[in-house]
Design a protein around this ligand. Structure first.
Ligand SMILES: [Ca+2]
Ligand SMILES: [Ca+2]
Length: 86
């Protein structure tokens, strides 16, 4: 639970079967997938989704929860995240 604006960087080292958890908490929090393996998909709990092949659409995210599935099958659940970059 972080009060400020946080940046969570994934470096592509997640392994198949890993299940990580990110809670952005207060502030404008960003997940950086620049160095994650291609082929990841983000599915928001509101039903929207985007993937590594898409351009970033900032209108998709406000203060959302959802799940990232990486190209090798690891999952990262998140909540209270307002932005992604890749
Ligand atoms: Ca925060
Ligand atoms: Ca937040």
């Amino acid at each position: 639970m972080e009060q400020g604006n946080d940046l969570f960087v994934f470096d592509g080292s997640n392994e198949t079967g890993d299940a990580d958890w990110v809670d952005g908490g207060q502030g404008t929090d960003t997940i950086d997938l620049t160095n994650a393996l291609d082929g990841w998909t983000v599915v928001l709990d509101n039903g929207d989704s985007f993937s590594s092949a898409d351009a970033y659409d900032p209108s998709l995210l406000t203060d959302d929860s959802g799940t990232i599935t990486t190209g090798n099958g690891a999952t990262i659940s998140f909540e209270s995240v307002e932005s992604f970059t890749w």
